[in-house]
Design a protein around this ligand. Sequence first.
Ligand SMILES: [Zn+2]
Length: 219
Amino acid sequence: MGERVSEATGELSERLNKWYRKSARSLFEKGSDERLKLNIDLITSLHGKQVRIAIQRSVACPDCQLEGGHLRINPSIPAAQWADGCQRCAETGRVTRREELSVYVPPGGDKGDKLKVSQKGSEGLNGAADGDLYLLLTPADLPTGFKRSGSDVELNQQVSADLLTRGGVLSIQTLRGPLNIKVPKNFQSGKKLMIPEQGFPLWSDPTQIGKLTVCLRAI
Ligand SMILES: [Zn+2]
């Protein structure tokens, strides 16, 4: 009887050992870098904002990670279930876990800009380095009439022919709020007025603000 039991245990250990060897490589794997699209609204593009995001992150399987060089087997799982390796992660050493992150998005982000969140890519297994997460910024469409070009913004504004002839003060709505601009006398329809610091901050240096070009067209 005792022999039979020890035989069965021996067979199980051998199968387990085989599985340890097979999965040893992936158990020390470095986490890979991940990319994720992040939609940002106008306020975030203009002023920057702390945002909360939820990600599905590849992390170490909690049932079969190594501890101090020894495979840790979840003691609540019957030994027989380990004969074919870890069922929880199908022997990949990884599972997906939902994580919430709070990330500061600096001002000036445009389509194609990337924001690096260090060590929030795939988790490294058993002490190997974590990957990084790159958020690919996708800004919201601008209101009708506005066009962005880098940090500069262009606005097509319809005005009365009378205002263009007589000149005067025109109230417009910029991306940053209402603004009064001075229209010189005999201003030609289709000509542009440049207003500094009414565009977007530069992504590389947010202290630099782009300009707003207003193209006035007679109705
Ligand atoms: Zn596992």
